[in-house]
Design a protein around this ligand. Structure first.
Ligand code: FAQ
Length: 318
């Protein structure tokens, strides 16, 4: 239905949208929304979906080398969950009028981003535990507020995703607990992995607020509920006691409790490294995209077969 059929002007529609946001209600796919709001959501949800799919690779690297059948089945289930998260998110993006195929093409043509964290290699089995602990931990911190995002389909997808992410975080922590209670070599593996993943985990929250072009507008629209720095601080405060319980040291000499602020102080991540990673020059960017591209090409026959089957079913029922 057009605006004219509703008898509403563009200005009226804007008013309804603003009122919905101001009263903290949800915008649904059928509702009018400003084009910039739609574009921002497509950008964020697509990047998020791509992160889940590319995020299968670092841990997937260890499925064939898991140390026991139990660890292998846990890891398989986790990596499968990530595929599922990607699917919910692509489905949420599709409600905004884009096509999943189109988004995948943009990812493999390097035209849309995915999280910086997945451009670092996984060098030991301790990385599986540390990814669960720190990377899923950071993901939860960043994503729980997205369950209250103003766009209904994204908010609802996030509820289920966050439940599964919490479980992922616990499985990582449980693996690390087993390792720190094992041999000296295992404890050293956990420490070495923590040293490598700590700074990239802090970078997951995005650039500092002063350098974040999207935060203010996204907060005004109720897409983001907190700034990048607020969430990074929350993550640090939450993680320090967990590191103490594990007996690992976080690799930052500037990490100290600040009584006055009631938070931990910590050093600045290397933002030059962050910029390099998000612009394609991280340690594994080329490998991650090449792998994704190959998987997409090799899966073409499956998509064609599924399409042919769906067409046949439709014709049959018609
Ligand atoms: N990596 O203005 P802002 C997971 C880009 S969790 C790459 O602050 P915004 C679970 C940003 O896109 C990981 N790019 O942007 C899992 C923008 O570029 P653009 C995924 C980054 O959107 C665990 C530019 O920098 N989580 O997958 C990053 O307001 C374990 C300026 O930045 C989500 O996607 C970064 N770290 O805030 C899976 C959560 N940070 O588009 C497997 C949803 C910033 O203008 C294993 N997304 N950029 O060219 C968000 O919350 C937000 O989009 C932020 C960025 C906070 C990531």
């Amino acid at each position: 239905m057009t605006t004219a059929e509703h008898g509403l002007t563009e200005e009226d529609l804007h008013g309804v949208f603003d009122e919905t946001i101001a009263t903290d209600q949800r915008i649904e796919p059928r509702d009018w929304m400003p084009e910039a709001y739609r574009k921002t959501l497509i950008r964020q949800i697509a990047q998020h979906a791509h992160s889940e799919i590319i995020g299968m690779q670092p841990e997937g690297n260890w499925i064939l080398r898991a140390p026991s059948l139990r660890r292998k089945s846990i890891l398989l289930a986790k990596v499968q969950d990530e595929a599922g998260h990607g699917m919910y998110l692509y489905a949420a993006a599709e409600t905004l009028g884009v096509d999943r195929e189109e988004l995948t093409e943009k990812l493999i043509d390097n035209k849309q981003k995915y999280s910086s964290i997945f451009n670092y290699p996984t060098l030991s089995y301790a990385d599986v535990g540390v990814i669960g602990w720190l990377v899923d931990g950071a993901a939860i911190c960043n994503q729980v507020p997205l369950c209250r995002c103003s766009y209904g389909p994204y908010a609802r997808a996030m509820i289920r995703i966050c439940k599964e992410e919490s479980f992922h975080q616990r499985q990582g922590y449980e693996l690390l607990l087993a390792m720190v209670n094992g041999t000296d070599e295992q404890r050293a593996m956990v420490q070495e992995s923590t040293n490598r993943f700590w700074w990239p985990s802090l970078m997951m929250f995005g650039p500092p607020d002063g350098d974040s072009p999207n935060t203010q507008q996204s907060m005004d629209w109720g897409i983001k509920r907190h700034t990048n720095d607020e969430l990074r601080q929350r993550f640090v405060d939450m993680t320090v006691p967990q590191a103490e319980a594990l007996g690992v040291t976080l690799p930052d000499e500037g990490l100290v409790w600040n009584e006055t602020r009631g938070h931990y102080d910590f050093s600045e991540p290397d933002w030059t490294e962050f910029k390099a990673v998000i612009s394609g020059s991280g340690p594994c960017n080329a490998q991650r995209l090449a792998h994704r591209r190959r998987a997409h090409e090799e899966g073409a026959w499956v998509r064609e077969a599924a399409q042919a089957y769906a067409t046949k079913q439709r014709e049959g029922s018609a």
